[in-house]
Write a protein that binds this ligand. Structure first.
Ligand code: ZN
Length: 276
């Protein structure tokens, strides 16, 4: 089953970070059963020529993104649990390479001897988003999808057309929000999980955001680093948790004042121009 070794530069580090983040998802109780999924564009770490490409999965219809031919991705396996991924990425995820003809893909690593392992059922959405990232945000190789309890709870209270209100609340609950997510979080109206509709809508919203909240479902974020992308989700969920904790205590939180938010805006602009 194994066609490549992961003991080479880059890949080992990717898999270690995937396991670390899968553990955080589970410890935070964001992943019930087989919830959530992770994919990483690992093409730069995979040899161009691979011997013994012994497993080839045909899809019912061709993969539509010509630009992805020959690209390799780590992706979580369908039906697999994050708590297991944290212990053993090899048995719960795989690295696949899209065939040159776009009629299927090779499993080039992972599966721990399970010949039936398949990528998550969200694989088509991940491919659509990686295809978008390639042309619009080429540095972003990581896609994380999870179900952070407090963020999802907020979407049951604040409707999607009130995105502005939701962002005002999040920014005002936690000073770091303005600095690290100055563009705010986008809210995608509810779509059937795993559907083409949710993939299409997500790509649309990702044009101006890196964190997308799927109404009454979960969150999806992209980034250039696995741990950093997790941190952004964790921070947003913390802001939501602070808000809901105040509400549970029976009072409306004061939040940061307009002047305090302006001050953070200025700091954010400075920080991003220095970083850029
Ligand atoms: Zn989900």
């Amino acid at each position: 089953m194994k066609s490549i070794s992961v003991e080479q530069d880059g890949l080992k580090s990717v898999l270690d970070q995937v396991a670390e983040v899968a553990g955080y998802f589970w410890q935070n109780r964001w992943e019930e059963r087989n919830g959530g999924n992770i994919s990483v564009n690992v093409t730069e770490f995979v040899p161009v020529h691979i011997e013994n490409l012994d497993q080839y999965i045909f899809r019912n219809h061709a993969i539509e993104y010509r630009e992805l031919a020959g690209f390799s991705f780590f992706i979580t396996g369908t039906g697999k649990r994050m708590r297991d991924m944290a212990r053993q990425p090899e048995g719960n995820g795989c690295i696949i390479r899209i065939s040159e003809k776009l009629d299927g893909y090779h499993v080039i690593w992972g599966a721990a001897g399970d010949p039936h392992i398949r990528p998550t059922s969200e694989f088509p959405s991940h491919l659509a988003i990686h295809h978008f990232l390639l042309s619009h945000k080429p540095g972003h190789k990581v896609i994380l999808h999870t179900h952070p309890t407090h963020m999802v709870a907020l979407t049951h209270i604040i409707e999607h057309h009130q995105t502005e209100k939701l962002n005002r609340i999040l920014w005002s609950m936690h000073p770091e929000m303005k600095v690290f997510i100055p563009e705010g979080v986008a809210v995608v109206p509810y779509r059937l999980p795993g559907s083409e509709a949710i993939a299409r809508a997500t790509v649309e919203y990702l044009k101006h955001h890196r964190v997308v909240l799927w109404e009454k479902h979960g969150i999806l974020a992209t980034g250039d680093d696995i741990l950093d992308t997790f941190d952004v989700i964790d921070m947003a969920n913390k802001a939501a948790e602070i808000y809901l904790t105040c509400k549970n205590a029976g009072f409306e939180p004061a939040g940061l004042s307009a002047a305090q938010l302006d001050e953070l805006d200025e700091m954010s602009r400075q920080w991003h121009s220095d970083a850029g």
